[in-house]
Design a protein around this ligand. Sequence first.
Ligand code: NDP
Ligand code: 13P
Ligand code: ZN
Length: 351
Amino acid sequence: MEIQEHIIDLPKRIYVGNGIIGKLKEYLLQLNVTGPLLTVTGPNVRKLVINDVIKGVAEVGDVEITEISDSSVDEVNRVEEIAKRVKPRFILGVGGGKVIDVSKYVAYKLNINFLSVPTAPSHDGITSPFASIKGLGKPVSVKAKTPFAIVADINVLSSAPRRLINAGIGDTIGKIVAVRDWRLAAKLTGEYYGDYTASLALLSAKHALNCTKIMNRDLKYSVRLLTEALISSGVAMGMAGSTRPASGSEHLFAHAVDLLAPNVAMHGELVGLGTILMAYIHGINWREIRKALERIGAPVKASELGIPAETVIKALTISHTIRPERYTILGDRGLTWSSAEKIARDTGVIE
Ligand SMILES: NC(=O)C1=CN([C@@H]2O[C@H](COP(=O)(O)OP(=O)(O)OC[C@H]3O[C@@H](n4cnc5c(N)ncnc54)[C@H](OP(=O)(O)O)[C@@H]3O)[C@@H](O)[C@H]2O)C=CC1
Ligand SMILES: O=C(CO)COP(=O)(O)O
Ligand SMILES: [Zn+2]
């Protein structure tokens, strides 16, 4: 059998620990990072951590800071223009998923090194070489730069609002369904199934499920576990060269809701709901997944997010059209309105 070339690009170093943002300068020197640097952040995050970041990077070289308001093509273009002027050797993304996505996408377009400094454990884009950019013509992620290094300060990550932490649990638990979809596709369509990367993604989901049992008593420890789970799910995507291990029908549902009702909920919250719904269709123990989300106070009903029942049903009926090339339990024809409504009602996602 001829083995096709497959290149795995992984981060050079991942720093995880309490209060380590204060050691940024030391890390940058260890990594031979030199200026100029471009730091991309968001308006809320800027108020919280940027002083620590600046202290670290200013000694390494000139630093330009820019804030993004969303992860749209317009913001990508604006940051790209700044990067062309500043000519940074490194782009630092300091923030949530949107900041990190814009940073790594601009870094990819201009072939500049990217450093990931997540401030919320809300998504597994922390490590992945993919970015979700609005306005590129598709709601799913596109190829982006693998982080050169990651600095994950657990003090910062665990002081993010609880809603963001819970969203990270939702994004990670989703891998239970994503891996089932992948296995199903391999059986039905002959698609390549990567056992190793699937196992890595599943391990992340297992950790996230465990986190829900300790989060209410030991937030910091569970955020550490969650962060590691998010990082390894991102590594799974990097090794697979695709988001396949981390994104199946539960993500299709999240993308569909986002298309119908933009910005009503966080990515991980929608993935959490999608996981309950798709686990039901797969015949997996969806009650256990719902219980885990309920235990931490993550939404399990669309009404908790202000999403009308009709939007949930409509989203279920169009989910299979979002990424037709990736086969899932939804098949090629998707769900009828009445079956979608039954699934949403049986699982309690709509009342
Ligand atoms: N590339 C990939 O593989 C993946 C990408 N994603 C993408 O990531 C995005 C979701 O990321 P998510 O983080 O949920 O959403 P956002 O990036 O929109 O962050 C949500 C909010 O949290 C704020 N925030 C971040 N950190 C802190 C903190 N420590 N304290 C207080 N507020 C904070 C942000 O502030 P501010 O306004 O300053 O930014 C923002 O207002 C989606 O676009 C999704 O598609 C998700 C999974 C994987
Ligand atoms: O969110 C992701 C993984 O958690 C990326 O998934 P998509 O490729 O479906 O955008
Ligand atoms: Zn996701």
